[in-house]
Design a protein around this ligand. Structure first.
Ligand code: ADP
Length: 521
């Protein structure tokens, strides 16, 4: 058993990656390719699905070559993908009707706004809003199913990021699409289903519970495709929806690489990272500091309703048991470090920010609120704009750099406090991954300002690791959860060292700075 390996195909928004792990989760080989994004008009973001599949095959072949392995040496393969990017394709020929429309695309903004302003949605908001006000006072009102549905209804809106919006647009704008769909000739899928269908040469049309919960088409309370969510978009409209399978399970076998490789997991990127960080218990939290920061909390075996504007989702389904999570997204995190490098030119490499931030004792009262395109969780203010405040004649470039890094930790605190209020769970530690978590200053300041331990694993690419675990568990390569807990390797734990009074003063200043940044544009 030990001489076999686990292969992961990790498909992000900017690139495709193949990673081969051994039994101890050492990375034996890794290859990566960027995939082009297509911007036909302002606000439109597409990707060519055929190119994505071809790129996936190339990176996998390259990784196998690098590792001097054959397909027969692979025990199982896992697929982790960006969420909600979706497409339609012909069930017989496999030809896509149109490019994949990504989660960043805004072409359906007007159509979504019309739906959100419809009488039905207005009534939902009124009914849900009243209930939510009462539920803020009583936790009991948040626990029953009807209550959870009403709270969710309070701020339920459709968005152009949803797969349902993408499918509607393709049906309406590609000639003959509607009629072909009505004949049952057209398949719908997110990138994971598209890849599985291609890897299995059309034998399997399936997705998993983590991906489907990000489509805006699925009801995690009733665990079914939701008529309530599909109807405003006139879906399914004859489209064949993928079968939903367990995250760690069976997605057929691919023969694309010479010998058969069983596909044993399909999982959405952030959910994979939550699993990769071994956040198996309710209340455990991971924080992925990449271009943006994704904070996810495992909320156990019942779906949550969030009154603090966190996004409830399915984390995974494994061996008949569904686990849920809530998510808070911070849109500017590592990207604000790129701004220091590319726009201000005050660092030449992201990693320089670490030593420069540590070279000054504090920010001297300066705050950077990196609301370049508005503020996301928990503020959700699209009209907020980036703000640098508290400058004096003595402010140095090092302090601006430090304040930018500190802003990532402050935003993380904002989200975690909202999650604590939602769930009633006190977060006692977080696990941090993603490229920006290499930054020791950011890790220590996060521990200080959150007043909790921050654990950094050796493997910062937690998404690939999580997909590997799911695939390995389904093929008995690893036992869940014992083996995973045993093989997880920690690089460093950062413990809080800051005085309570300093923490309180600094965070109060951040809140004031956010107020100034809000409602600007
Ligand atoms: P993504 O998966 O979103 O592409 P990654 O996990 O690869 O992101 O991380 C890349 C981001 O992390 C970039 O935005 C970069 O600016 C930031 N970053 C990388 N290294 C550091 C560092 N040492 N300190 C601060 N930020 C960093």
């Amino acid at each position: 058993m030990k001489d076999k390996y686990i292969l992961v195909n990790d498909v992000g928004t900017t690139g495709t990656r193949a990673v081969i792990f051994d039994h101890e989760t050492n990375v034996i080989a890794e290859s990566y390719e960027e995939i082009p994004q297509v911007f036909p008009k302002p606000g439109w973001t597409e990707q060519n699905p055929v190119e994505i599949f071809e790129s996936c095959v190339r990176v996998i072949k390259l990784a196998l070559q690098q590792a001097k392995l054959e397909a027969a040496d692979i025990e199982a393969m896992g697929i982790a993908t960006q969420r909600a990017t979706s497409l339609l394709w012909d069930a017989k020929t496999g030809e896509p009707l149109y490019n994949a429309i990504t989660w960043q695309d805004t072409r359906m903004s007007d159509a979504c706004e019309k739906i959100n302003k419809s009488m039905f949605f207005k009534l939902l908001h009124i009914a849900g809003g009243g209930y939510q006000r009462a539920a803020k006072l009583s936790r009991g009102l948040r626990q029953n199913l009807v209550g959870k549905l009403l709270i969710t209804a309070a701020h339920f809106t459709v968005t152009p990021a949803q797969s349902s919006a993408h499918a509607r647009w393709i049906l309406d704008n590609v000639e003959g699409a509607k009629a072909r769909a009505q004949k049952g000739d057209i398949l719908f899928g997110t990138i994971d289903s598209w890849l599985v269908w291609n890897y299995t040469r059309g034998a399997v049309h399936a997705t998993d519970f983590s991906n489907v919960s990000a489509t805006g088409m699925y009801d995690p309370f009733g665990m079914r495709w939701s008529p309530l969510l599909l109807k405003p978009f006139g879906l399914p409209g004859g489209l064949k929806l993928p079968e939903i399978r367990e995250t760690s399970g069976d997605f057929g076998t691919t023969e694309v690489f010479g010998a058969p490789i069983p596909i044993k997991s399909v999982v959405a990127d952030q959910q994979a990272a939550l699993f990769g960080e071994a956040c198996f218990e309710s209340g455990s939290v991971k924080c992925t500091n990449g271009t943006g920061t994704f904070i996810d909390m495992n909320t156990g075996d019942a779906p949550m309703a969030s009154i603090h504007k966190m996004t409830p989702m399915i984390a995974w389904k494994i061996r008949g048991k569904t686990t849920y999570m809530i998510e808070g997204l911070i849109s500017s995190a590592g990207s604000s470090i790129q701004w220091l490098r590319d726009n201000l030119g005050i660092i030449s490499d992201a990693s320089e920010s670490d030593a420069l931030a540590q070279s000054c004792a504090d920010c001297g009262g300066v705050y950077v609120v990196p609301a370049f395109g508005g503020l996301t969780a928990p503020y959700w203010d699209p009209y907020a704009r980036g703000t640098v405040i508290g400058l004096t004649r003595a402010t140095s470039k090092e302090q601006i750099i430090r304040a930018t890094l500190e802003s990532i930790a402050y935003q993380c605190k904002d989200v975690i406090e909202a999650m604590e209020k939602d769930t009633g769970i006190e977060v006692s530690s977080i696990k941090a991954d993603g490229g920006a978590s290499q930054n020791d200053f950011l890790m220590q300041f996060s521990a200080d300002i959150l007043n909790i331990e921050v654990e950094r694993p050796r493997m910062l690419e937690a998404t690939a690791l999580g997909a590997a675990y799911f695939a390995g568990i389904a093929s008995d390569y690893w036992q869940y959860p014992d083996d995973i807990v045993k093989i997880r390797r920690i690089d460093r734990k950062f413990v809080p060292e800051m005085d309570e009074s300093i923490r309180t003063t600094l965070y109060a200043g951040w809140k004031r700075a956010v107020e100034r940044a809000c409602h600007w544009a």
